[in-house]
Design a protein around this ligand. Structure first.
Ligand code: HEM
Length: 505
């Protein structure tokens, strides 16, 4: 009896101690949050949803309701000015639209990509995803080494040699559109351009012939699932805790796995070809293999890095360009005046010619403007962020060192103070004689971590659009939305379903 009593006293004592430890840890954490709040009190920002969670509930609500979260950032930028704060637990993020600060931070190699975001892209629900690949690595040395090795696959000389593939793959799309025009069937343009860009990246980057315009493939769905998983993982801190989300999480893990096992097989084939002394292209896959180290002593880490970059190029090189094309077709279809002008330019450069040359691309001045304007209103990859370790003054506010800065070209592109009548689609904003936007337009980011594939993407987009405009009239099937779907990348919410007619019919 006495022993039993003593034991129960001990248990109660332990429970009380445990409770006290948890309570003081929680109190300590709350005091720390209070300290953080006070440190940033002088900087404007929307009222926090809660002391503990900061603005996280708003982010979660925006994500769960399927709204475009960048519209919320835009609304806040209009209300709170060129720099405002967003809290999430003890973390503080500065949303910056001030052009001078954008220039200072993005153009300098001093400020690394922020670990909070980019390390969340390393894994997707426990399966390695973008890892330490070129987009996500936050380590300057590792990034610099990879980028230097990758550069030759994006040199002007090498890109020039890709014109044949761009033409050939875009012709597959034209053949499909011809069939749809002949049979008077509707064309789901977003899906079709997605297949072309995937066809191009798999051929050009990895030397694989998928011919996706004519064949089904699991890859488009896998990429979409991975991106949706990315949004859930990054923006909704409670996502994994909800049992309802388990089937989706499983789907995301399988999609990541599919991309990585595909990478393993393709890399292995290419390495065998290199070891056999076969003549292999100097494409992205060859550079990925080089960037991972010496071919005869590949470590597990090297293997992982190769797969990281395989998945990185598979994703970065495809969906972004497809979405730009989708939005461009959508805007041209609702602006016949702009369509007519760009068609005239294409006719005068190409006439009846089928094969587009590298030099032709330089003649498409107005088409370039149309593509740039598309990315102003609809930047496929709207934001980037950096860690700034030293104090900095922005718009008169002293921002303490050790803060994350978030830059968003979608927000700047839609602000009246940078672009007059911002919601109007007007390619003349990018007329060669018009003043260049000053650090308020950066759909490919800026500075050392800017997009490696910018030129590649715009060559591809011009080839596809020029062929489309040369051969077809297209109009949107009524009832479609012009809204934006935020899946990590921004894409048209509707499938950009068009009626297609041969030109001059
Ligand atoms: C319209 C098409 C595209 C857009 C709007 C776009 C946009 C961007 C943006 C905003 C970044 C910076 C991301 C960040 O800061 O987190 C980026 C990085 C990158 N993009 Fe693109 N991109 C496009 C097409 C491509 C293509 C076609 C490729 C490859 C073939 C590519 C490869 C990359 C790579 C490798 C990086 C990382 C660069 C580095 O950190 O050194 N992108 N892109």
């Amino acid at each position: 009896m006495g022993v039993f009593y003593l034991l129960s006293c001990w248990v109660s004592y332990l429970i009380v101690c445990l409770f006290l430890v948890i309570a003081s840890a929680f109190l300590g954490y709350c005091l720390y949050i209070k300290h953080i709040h006070m440190k940033y009190d002088h900087i404007p920002g929307p009222p926090r949803d809660s002391f503990l969670f900061g603005h996280a509930p708003t982010m979660i609500e925006e994500t769960r309701s399927g709204r475009n979260i960048h519209d919320k950032f835009l609304q806040w930028a209009e209300m709170y000015g060129p720099v405002y704060k967003i809290n999430s637990f003890h973390k503080v993020i500065m949303a910056v639209t001030c052009p001078e600060a954008t220039k200072e931070v993005l153009m300098s190699p001093k400020y690394p990509k922020d670990k909070l975001l980019y390390e969340r892209l390393f894994n997707r629900f426990g399966v390695r995803f973008l890892g330490n690949g070129l987009v996500t690595t936050t380590n300057h040395e590792q990034w610099y080494k990879q980028r230097r090795i990758m550069d030759p696959a994006f040199s002007s000389l090498y890109l020039r040699s890709l014109m044949g593939t761009f033409n050939e793959r875009a012709e597959n799309l034209m053949d499909e559109l011809t069939k749809l025009a002949d049979s008077k069937k509707e064309a789901k343009m977003l899906q079709l351009v997605n297949r072309v860009t995937l066809d191009v990246i798999t051929k050009v980057a990895f030397g694989m012939d998928l011919d996706l315009v004519n064949h089904d493939s699991p890859f488009p769905k896998a990429i979409e699932t991975c991106l949706k998983g990315m949004v859930a993982n990054v923006r909704d801190v409670f996502f994994q805790l909800n049992p309802k989300n388990r089937p989706f999480i499983k789907e995301v893990r399988e999609a990541c796995q599919l991309l990585r096992t595909t990478g393993e097989a393709w890399i292995s084939n290419r390495r065998t070809a290199i070891q056999n002394g076969d003549n292999v292209p100097k494409d992205i896959l060859t550079q990925i293999i080089k960037s991972a180290g010496q071919e005869d002593e590949i470590t597990e880490e090297d293997e992982d890095l190769m797969l990281d970059n395989f998945v990185t190029f598979f994703i970065a090189g495809q969906e972004t360009t497809a979405n730009q094309l989708g939005f461009c077709i959508m805007e041209l279809a609702r602006r016949p005046d702009i369509m007519e002008k760009v068609q005239k330019e294409v006719d005068s450069v190409l006439g009846m010619k089928q094969e587009i040359s590298y030099d032709d691309l330089g003649e498409f001045t107005y088409l370039s403007q149309v593509l740039k304007e598309t990315l102003r209103l609809y930047p496929s990859a709207p934001g980037t962020s950096r860690e700034v370790s030293a104090d900095m003054t922005i718009a008169g506010y002293n921002i303490p060192g050790g803060t994350i800065y978030m830059f968003n070209t979608y927000v700047c592109g839609r602000m009246d103070k940078f672009f007059k009548d911002p919601l109007m689609f007007d390619p003349d904003r990018f007329h060669p004689d018009a003043p260049k936007p000053y650090y308020c337009y950066y759909p490919f980011a800026l500075g050392p971590r800017s997009c490696l594939g910018q030129k590649f993407a715009q060559m591809e987009a011009k080839v596809v659009m020029a062929k489309l405009l040369q051969r077809f009239e297209f109009s949107l099937v009524p009832g479609q939305s012009f809204d934006i779907l935020d899946t990590g990348a921004l894409r048209p919410k509707s499938a950009v379903v068009c009626n297609i007619k041969h030109r001059n019919q």
